[in-house]
Design a protein around this ligand. Sequence first.
Ligand SMILES: Nc1ncnc2c1ncn2[C@@H]1O[C@H](COP(=O)(O)OP(=O)(O)OP(=O)(O)O)[C@@H](O)[C@H]1O
Ligand SMILES: [Mg+2]
Length: 376
Amino acid sequence: MRKKTRNKKIEDALKESETRYRRLFETAHDGILILDSEDGQVTDVNPFLINLLGFSKEEFLNKKLWELGAVKNLKAAKDTFKILQKDGYVRYEDLPLETKEGKFIDVEFVSNSYMAGGKLVIQCNVRDITERKRIDLIKESKRLLEEERSRVASIADTAHELRTPLAIIKGNVDLAMRSSTKNLKSPRSVLRSINHEINHLSSLLSDLTLITSKAWELKNRITYKQVDVRSLIATALKRCKVIAYDKNISITAKNIPKITILGDKMYLEKMLLNLIRNSIIYGNKNGRTIIEAKQSKGVLVIHITDNGIGISKDDLPHVFERFYRAEKYHNSGGNSIGLGLSIVKWVAELHGGEVSVKSIKDKGSVFSISLPIKSV
Ligand SMILES: Nc1ncnc2c1ncn2[C@@H]1O[C@H](COP(=O)(O)OP(=O)(O)OP(=O)(O)O)[C@@H](O)[C@H]1O
Ligand SMILES: [Mg+2]
């Protein structure tokens, strides 16, 4: 009697489990196909797969896997079945299946085998990956677009950098053509300056070639080395002096600590040049630019102070934006494009630092760069 009740209980449990499996099978949001492991015959198919491929249940049942209209590559399907028989597992990440209407649907196909009722059966799970592929495609297009944007931005940045050396060359030539000036440099030193800038231009042009070539990512090869802060500032200052002659703006460096920082010399020099050049372009005649530096708690802070035209409160939050120019009719002689400060910000951040500005309209501006001394 007891045995009978136990058997009944087992029977009930089995029934319940069968009902549960059936429900899962019927309502699954993946296609499921059950095959006889001996001959590859389809013994069951769930509604989702019937719906996905448009064949009726009868069209699936009692056919072999490779006889199904949805599977185009007969030989591949037969081979798959052989692998399944041997290994009990097969997986295809991206398989095209044909619907009854002749449309192709990309699916992920995973097959396992298991014992049921003393027989080995094969279960194939078919997942529609059309949506996933669509999202992947959108992501890939976005990535390509972003890459293209950043390439165009790099070209704009490099093109912008061509302007500083050209301005310095022009300054030198203008100076050399003056017949009487106290500050007149010797012809030899003018030529030396021009030569220096021409070398600089050539290296920028090779940067441009790099950007436009396939290996443009190499452009971002930044080399971090110990950079001597005093000589870095002295070089930038010397290069800018020549563009300050016309306005008779004095540029001086004060209290520069004798330290080195870890950074890329070329980019750091670009950063300083852009700031000093701005202080001259937006400076007043007979004005002054002062470069000061302070070291505290592992950070080097460089201030570039001018007594030029200053920046209005409305413009101030935007000056670091790419292509932003504070005023329509400003002192740059129509020669500015609004990239200099965005490059300054980029270089500072690349070094783990930041840049900020304080300015009062008609009084002057102070640009401050903080750079970590050791880490990048
Ligand atoms: N020292 C400064 N004094 C006053 N205004 C400044 C100063 N530096 C920058 N500005 C303002 O901020 C704007 C943005 O400067 P930024 O250097 O980015 O571009 P730009 O000088 O216009 O062009 P360029 O790309 O040639 O540098 C300038 O157009 C100018 O109006
Ligand atoms: Mg500028």
